[in-house]
Design a protein. Structure first.
Ligand code: NAD
Length: 294
């Protein structure tokens, strides 16, 4: 039988990621009692109905009493405020982790408000998700075979890292560790820029169609659908991610604009040879990536 290692888990922000973490830990029989804290009562009631949480917190201090672990799963723009609020009531034994898509900002907030207990703070980021939000989208398999990145501080204790690693492994995730700055640079390229491109393409269609996008969208094929899937993601979440990773993202946008400008020049010059070479290069890189992945 699996040993319960979490008597009390408090999840702040019981949406797609927080809810999926709860469901995966429940399935692994590692958690006894889950308390949910959130902004929307309706979402929390639904979380209880779905069996994602056992209890809806009415009072933060009471919720944090005897907690083994607090998971911060709110949009990144809310994490600093949330850390400040919980810091008033956290017990010294409680481990705190987050799932924010950017890491340097979360660490700055932790240094400001959890300075007395950084040994128990383990920043993390599951590289898993969908374009859906809220607890209705939560799914126990979400993290299965997905990367989970830890960006511990120098002060984070080895025990706290092992504890969080064990929990994420039980959700099926593959764990890696890196510096928060490296994380934010990598994900500006691999996640944040692609989301900006998808949102921008949808807006571009709207502009070209002079505000009547359905005139064009009824002709969309699978390629358009695939490319823009992530433009269905939460605008609040993506506003926060863009603003918190502003510097890296600005560099990515500039570099991408250079690539587009180069491609525009090939096209304007009727330079089919270079155009084909450019597409061949992209195709080869993608083929190799898919081969390595399988
Ligand atoms: P979500 O919208 O599904 O869930 C967020 C929940 O937080 C909602 O229930 C919302 O009501 C609640 N909330 C918002 N502000 C709050 C506050 N101040 N106090 C308490 N609750 C509050 O979003 P999600 O996709 O689960 O994302 C949560 C976090 O995980 C974000 O930081 C995001 O960057 C990160 N993340 C998301 C993905 C993804 O693909 N969706 C992947 C990895 C990490």
């Amino acid at each position: 039988m699996t040993e319960i290692i979490l008597n009390k888990l408090v999840i702040i922000g019981v949406g797609l990621i927080g809810g999926s973490f709860a469901l995966a830990l429940r399935r692994a029989s590692l958690v006894e009692h889950i308390v949910g804290i959130g902004r929307s009562r309706e979402n929390l009631l639904r979380a209880k109905e779905l069996g994602v949480i056992d209890e809806i917190a009415n009072d933060l201090q009471e919720a944090l009493k005897d907690a083994d672990l607090v998971l911060l799963a709110v949009p990144v723009g809310q994490i600093g405020k949330t850390i400040a609020q919980i810091s008033l009531y956290l017990e010294s034994k409680t481990i705190v982790t987050d799932v924010g898509s950017t890491k340097q900002d979360v660490i700055i907030a932790a240094r400001s408000f959890l300075a007395h207990n950084l040994r128990n703070f383990v920043p993390s980021h599951p590289i898993a998700g969908t374009e859906l939000s809220g607890v209705n989208a939560a799914n126990a398999n979400l993290f299965h075979h997905k990367h989970l990145i830890l960006t511990p501080l120098e002060e984070t204790s080895v025990d706290a890292i092992h504890y969080i690693t064990r929990l994420w492994k039980s959700c099926g995730a593959r764990i890696s560790q890196m510096q928060a700055s490296q994380h934010d640079e990598i994900f500006a390229t691999m996640s944040h820029l692609p989301h900006i491109l998808a949102f921008t393409l949808m807006n571009h269609v709207c502009t070209i169609a002079k505000g009547s996008p359905s005139n064009l969208l009824r002709f969309a094929g699978t390629s358009f659908l695939d490319f823009t899937r992530i433009a269905s993601s939460s605008p609040e979440m993506w506003r926060d991610i863009c603003l918190t990773n502003q510097a890296s993202l600005l560099c990515q946008i500039d570099a991408y604009q250079d690539e587009l400008a180069a491609l525009r020049k090939m096209l304007a010059n009727n330079d089919g040879v270079t155009l084909e070479k450019t597409f061949s290069n992209a195709q080869a890189v993608r083929h190799q990536w898919l081969k390595d992945k399988s």
